[in-house]
Design a protein around this ligand. Sequence first.
Ligand SMILES: Nc1nc2c(ncn2[C@@H]2O[C@H](COP(=O)(O)OP(=O)(O)OP(=O)(O)O)[C@@H](O)[C@H]2O)c(=O)[nH]1
Ligand SMILES: [Mg+2]
Length: 659
Amino acid sequence: MNPSRELAARFEAYGDWRRRLSAGIGELHEWLGEQDLVDPQVDLKVQQLLERLLQDKLIIAFVAEFSRGKSELINAIFFADFGQRLLPSAAGRTTMCPTELLHDPSRLPSIRLLPIETRARDATVSEFKNYPDEWSSFPLDLSSASRMSEALSRVSQVKRVPVATARKYGLHGDGIDSTAAPPAAGQARTVEVPCWRHAIINFPHPLLQQGLVILDTPGLNAIGTEPELTLNLLPNAHAVLFLLAADAGVSKTDLDVWTRHLAGDDPASKAGRIVVLNKIDGLWDDLRPLAETNAEIDRQVASSASMLGVRPAQVFAVSAQKALLAKVNGDDALLARSRLPTLESALSGKLIPAKREIIGAATQSDVRGLASGVCAILDARIAGIAEQLDELTALRGKNLDVIEHMMDRIREEKDQFERGLARYTALRNVFTQQTNQLFDVIGLPALRGNAAHTRRRIESSPFTKGVREAMNDFFARIAKDFSQAAEQAVEIHDMMRAMYIRFANDHGLEPFVPPAFSVLKYQKEIERLERAYNAHFNTLWNMVSKAKFALMKRFFETVASRAKHVYDISNRDVESWLKAVMAPLETQVREHHLQLRRRLESIRRIHQASDELEERITELEQARDALVAQINGLSGQLAAIDRIVEMPDMMPLAANEAA
Ligand SMILES: Nc1nc2c(ncn2[C@@H]2O[C@H](COP(=O)(O)OP(=O)(O)OP(=O)(O)O)[C@@H](O)[C@H]2O)c(=O)[nH]1
Ligand SMILES: [Mg+2]
């Protein structure tokens, strides 16, 4: 099959699979509802699961020094159907701001642009995304490719501003920009800056509709000066395509982009790195034998690979321009020669299955967690019934005295349990206190205080040392928060474990070991952030002298907003952990209480009319069978979801026919 159809087909199949999985979870939810087994926590969990499947995105970023052909490659891979160049691609600097292409069905097709002036303010691009009024929005006319490309050409817009203004934006200083023109007589010196800080192109392309997000970036300096890219967008991308151009070789700036932004020591960040050697058409020469040209391309691939420290198989030689032309004209021979199909196959063959595996495993484990909670309740009910059945069958043929005696025993047991409830209430109070303390340590106010303090210190320290120290303290404080949180979580865990053991011993409840809580994930994320910050700190500090404070502050704001993200997630996780630790006890207590009342009630009935005994035994047996049927029904539901998760990689029919 045509590989660009393959990419689309695989992506569609992945979308289908996600929809099937959502439907499977929906069915499970419905079934639980029919069986009267839902509670607010189950509802919440199901909603989160569905949300995750719906929101699931696959982010592919294109990174390179300017003019390597990033935008052209995006056009060739994704948008050749429009029959023309959609994203502006031209000699010199073209894409002036990071550009996201995505589909958001809640908005009309449009290009939204964040003015460069926002760089004078503290907020980060992520924060501005929450405020639509900060963006200039222009509708896209999907019926006209030329009007589309005209609208999209805005990502190239630049304007001249006085040097001082550019500095305020952190866009001018030694090393950042050299396009300052000599001032006209009597005028302030001006420099060229991008009109926009960030662009979001929203349109209903089939791939984008399936959750693909494409990130086109401008060249080196722009990458370095927009912290949103280095600290947020690039680390979160599932694949990064790094472009070289055959006519330029591996230049010093190419190497700079690679080492600073892509060759991190973090093994996780290395996954999904693909190097593209573009513009191989420059080596084509009709007067030379094809084999010679190919050997030359191979040599370039090998030398680029060795300079970047990757395997040659990770480098794909292509001609984006010829591929676009070939697709537009339906010229298969040229398309093959452009070698784009090989890159496309690699992209779709590696990326999508890997992504599916991650989402599938996460969904499966969450569904299991949900089901095991439900199962625990059903098991407890079955155990309760078994106990009652034992009691009642033992009463067969016994006289009234024995029944009376048994009634007394159950009543005593129930009273004792009710007295024990006081201990449960006391425990709840301690639990609440302890959780409040936990939220004090990693709550947002703690982070906010830390950030405000750091901000003041950065503003008042003109020297590297002061800024460095302030930043180090910022990270140290966060590390302390999380290690304190870890201690607090251990305390809560110990207390609850002891409580479960005690309840199990005193009242014969099912022993339960509450799950532990780990802060490792957040610590790792903060460490990664700190490493990224440190890596950029030196570059920034050396690169910029005049604009450095504006830049430093902006970097700090991005770091702080990434840290906030980590706190947000940890708070949410703590919340569900606390529920997972406490909820089973609540359920156990409630169920056990109910059970004692039921036992007392049935004995009482039998005491009043002894012919009720057999009837009651039959009732209980039926109830037990119904519970067993529910457990089987639940495993059936789980098996159905497993089947969806594990179903072989589907390809749409057309794909199989062509193969
Ligand atoms: N010969 C040749 N030229 C190409 C190829 N791909 C891109 N170009 C040209 O290279 C120039 C730069 O391409 P762009 O797509 O604008 O490059 P970019 O990496 O997006 O550059 P910036 O947006 O400035 O960062 C354009 O004139 C393209 O037509 C190719 O495969 N072969
Ligand atoms: Mg571009």
